[in-house]
Design a protein around this ligand. Structure first.
Ligand SMILES: [Cu+2]
Length: 125
């Protein structure tokens, strides 16, 4: 708990756009974020085996620490139709796998932007 508070304090010093309050969603999320390691969260939806999944990489501006990627993971996984999300603050991107019949890339961008980050679809290279 002390470590978590310290991380949040450091985050605030680093000027994270999202203040990283320990919201219900983050408290409910598994403590899966090891510093610097991107973590893939899986929702219950993935068990339903959606017919065709899309994987899109989103460029995300404004992530400065592991808590930033955790916050984005926790927010995006809440969207119905999202099966996996792996935000990586070091690379400034989030890779999201989802069922395009249930959720759109625009909705995923809106969810990320609601946390005061700036997301866009990253063009394939
Ligand atoms: Cu942060």
């Amino acid at each position: 708990m002390r470590l978590l508070l310290l991380t949040i304090a450091l985050c605030a010093l680093a000027g994270c756009p999202a203040a990283h309050p320990v919201s219900d969603s983050m408290a409910a999320a598994p403590p899966s974020q090891v510093h610097g390691k991107p973590v893939v969260l899986r929702s219950q939806d993935s068990a339903a085996k959606p017919p065709k999944l899309a994987t899109t990489t989103f460029a995300v501006e404004g992530m400065t620490c592991a808590d930033c990627s955790s916050a984005i993971n926790a927010e995006v996984i809440k969207l119905k139709g999202v099966t996996t999300v792996a935000a990586d603050y070091k690379r400034g991107q989030a890779v999201v796998q989802y069922d395009p019949a249930k959720v759109t890339s625009a909705q995923i961008i809106a969810a990320i932007n609601s946390l005061k980050y700036k997301a866009s679809v990253k063009p394939a290279t």
